[in-house]
Design a protein around this ligand. Structure first.
Ligand code: GLN
Length: 304
């Protein structure tokens, strides 16, 4: 039996002593207010045992981690048609990069760079009656937790400073790959990024990716082949131009967000979420990556 609690306690006290904790994102002004010394970690194993350390129950802005959840809902509704509008290749470029989108005629490289997630939001708007409400209901059910909601201040802060996302959405529109109004799609996209959750809630949400599509309560959301595809995308694209480094250091499919969260899974074994707001140059949580590298090294388990 692996002693997960002992391991995450050790990791937590170790990383908290790090001198360089990275830089809290400031391009979304609301995010700059977060205390850069926070660190939380929560792990749920295949037998549904939970292990928590430090600030794991404190809510934070999940930002791009929401892209995995919006993709999940979208994939469950439209199936493989989604891949007609979004590719499945790593971009090797930052999350908000634009030039590839123009070169590749409005087809985003993958669903986890901002342009791809904006197309996912567009598809959901076309398919859902009340996109913001319906998405929250989906997420609350997935986690069996009715308290999960949007932080309106963060969404507004993103809108005011979202120049590159407006550029991406307009570029998509010019190529015919955005069917709804730019303003409407981005309002939904900004709200998805502005969802607040803690490490424990996110670990519950990601349980389906380690459990072949079945959530903690036993309901099936995606089939095994669809889960394979989402995990493959997390591994190859979940950390933008640092996906290789994350696979090399950690060896798990995962997704980061500029709020400092990282959600990752070891299929059949566990789902784990870290939160440390300081980011590295690529926009991924510095201490989160360090902690997860230590987790897979100390447990001697990874997908490899
Ligand atoms: N809301 C952020 C943005 O669109 C999400 C980026 C991220 O978390 N990597 O810029």
């Amino acid at each position: 039996m692996i002693k997960y609690q002992e391991i995450i306690d050790n990791i937590s006290s170790g990383v908290k002593k790090a001198k360089n904790k990275g830089t809290v994102a400031s391009y979304i002004p609301e995010l700059a207010k977060v205390d850069g010394n926070k660190f939380g970690i929560h792990l749920i194993d295949a037998s549904k045992n939970s292990y928590s350390a430090a600030d794991a129950s404190e809510k934070f802005s999940i930002q791009s981690i929401s892209k995995v959840l919006s993709l999940t809902l979208c994939f469950s509704i439209v199936g493989n048609d989604i891949w007609k509008r979004i590719n499945v290749e790593p971009s090797g470029s930052p999350f908000n990069h634009l030039s590839l989108l123009e070169f590749e005629k409005g087809i985003p490289r993958n669903p986890f760079n901002n342009d791809g997630a904006i197309v996912v939001a567009d598809i959901l708007i076309s398919k859902l009656k009340n996109p913001k409400v319906d998405f929250l209901v989906f997420l609350q059910k997935l986690c069996n937790d009715a308290t999960i909601t949007y932080n309106k201040k963060v969404a507004e802060s993103e809108r005011i400073t979202g120049f590159k996302n407006f550029a991406a959405a307009n570029l998509l529109k010019s190529f015919g790959n955005l069917h709804n109004d730019v303003e409407i799609v981005l309002d939904f996209y900004f709200h998805l990024c502005a969802i607040e959750m803690n490490c424990e809630q996110l670990a519950k949400a990601f349980f389906i990716f380690m459990n072949h599509g079945k959530c903690l309560q036993g309901e099936t959301y995606l089939n095994i082949n669809q889960i394979k595809r989402i995990n493959a995308l997390m591994l190859t694209c979940g950390f933008y131009d640092e996906a290789g480094e994350f696979a090399f250091e950690v060896g798990l499919p995962g997704k980061s967000g500029v709020g400092g969260g990282i959600a990752a899974v070891l299929p059949n074994k566990y789902t784990v979420v870290t939160w440390a707001p300081g980011l590295n140059e690529k926009g991924n949580s510095k201490l989160g990556m360090l902690a997860l590298e230590q987790l897979t090294t100390q447990t001697q388990q990874s997908i490899f």
